[in-house]
Design a protein around this ligand. Structure first.
Ligand code: GUN
Length: 324
């Protein structure tokens, strides 16, 4: 009797172990989705030029020599070249004053050859990020950081939407199609309330689909640094979609995720491994969460390339707006 009992126990363990090993989230390949979007844009831009317009242009201002900012801007410039957008980097010294930066922005605002303008953030501490973002002509504000675009987004009016938020929404649309499930009405948790990422994602997710800038009509909970850990876990555990944009490495753990949920990792932090190598990691404990989630974005290769693809889309939108 006890032999049979033990065999059944062994068998149960085997099944459990196999379950753990076999269940692995489907990866949402942001790199390939972004590539498809950029290939489509390239064709549209070729058509645009063929009918007599000049190629769209993007100008990026980099203040100082922060290596991460330089890398990000280089990626944006590479993508521009691939899709047929002419781009230029403008380097300003890190000692630049607010007036000097705004003077440069104004030159670009007034130049009819310039479609999209972005100022790579962060700006030096002595400079007001808000004043700099508000200096960009809202019609050329491809980052969607100008106060007018921020306001329009909250009212679901057509505007420039911040690129990372747009990228996350595109990934969610891909998820909806692939999983044949709609986010409409579902529980979504956004971790992080930054004005440029968490908040615009929240705005699009919760709002009405009938507006000019349609929302996804989901039930959204916005958590942030003061959300108690147990509370955060309670919310994420019942969420169909979890989006984390905090920069807190490993914040989202396996036990916080409902089986089959979709997890989007917006975090990107450079860490040094015990072996002394540097690597980029997200907010999500990837190896743990992939055992329970249904869908998961990798870092790198998830949201990052989508942000760049959305910048390309916004720049072409600016070019079309300016040509009207
Ligand atoms: N710094 C980090 N992310 C971004 C971004 O999306 N746009 C700009 N301008 N700066 C950033």
């Amino acid at each position: 009797m006890s032999i049979i009992f033990n065999r059944v126990k062994d068998l149960k363990q085997l099944i459990n172990l196999n379950n753990l090993r076999l269940f692995s989230a489907k990866l949402i390949d942001g790199k390939s989705i972004a590539k498809d979007i950029q290939n489509g844009l390239k064709l549209e831009i070729e058509e645009w030029v063929k009918i007599g317009h000049r190629a769209p242009t993007l100008h990026a201002i980099i203040i100082g020599d922060d290596p991460a900012s330089v890398t990000y801007v280089n990626k944006k410039m590479e993508a521009s070249k691939e899709v047929g957008i002419k781009s230029e980097r403008i380097y300003l010294p890190k000692t630049s004053t607010e007036e000097e930066i705004i003077k440069k922005i104004n030159e670009l605002n007034e130049n009819p050859q310039v479609d999209g303008i972005l100022v790579q953030l962060p700006v030096p501490e002595a400079v007001s990020e808000r004043n700099v973002c508000n200096a960009v002509d809202p019609k050329k504000d491809v980052d969607g950081f100008h106060i007018l675009n921020v306001g329009k987004l909250t009212l679901n009016m057509d505007c420039f939407v911040p690129c990372t938020a747009l990228g996350v929404i595109e990934l969610l649309k891909w998820f909806e199609e692939d999983s044949k499930t709609k986010i409409f009405g579902k529980n979504v948790v956004v971790c992080g309330r930054s004005k440029n990422v968490g908040l615009p994602i929240f705005n699009i997710l919760h709002s009405d689909a009938r507006y000019n800038l349609p929302g996804l009509e989901s039930t959204v909970t916005l958590c942030h640094r003061h959300t108690p850990k147990e509370q955060l876990e309670m919310f994420t555990k019942s969420a169909d979609v979890v989006i984390s944009a905090t920069g807190v490495v490993g914040l989202i753990k396996k036990e916080m995720i409902k089986k089959g949920a979709c997890v989007i990792d917006v975090g990107i932090t450079r860490i040094t491994t015990p072996e002394g190598k540097t690597k980029l990691v997200g907010d999500v404990d990837f190896n743990g969460v992939k055992e329970v989630a249904g869908y998961l974005t990798p870092v790198p290769g998830g949201v990052g390339p989508m942000t760049v693809a959305m910048l390309m889309r916004n720049t072409f939108k600016a070019a079309k707006l300016l040509a009207q």
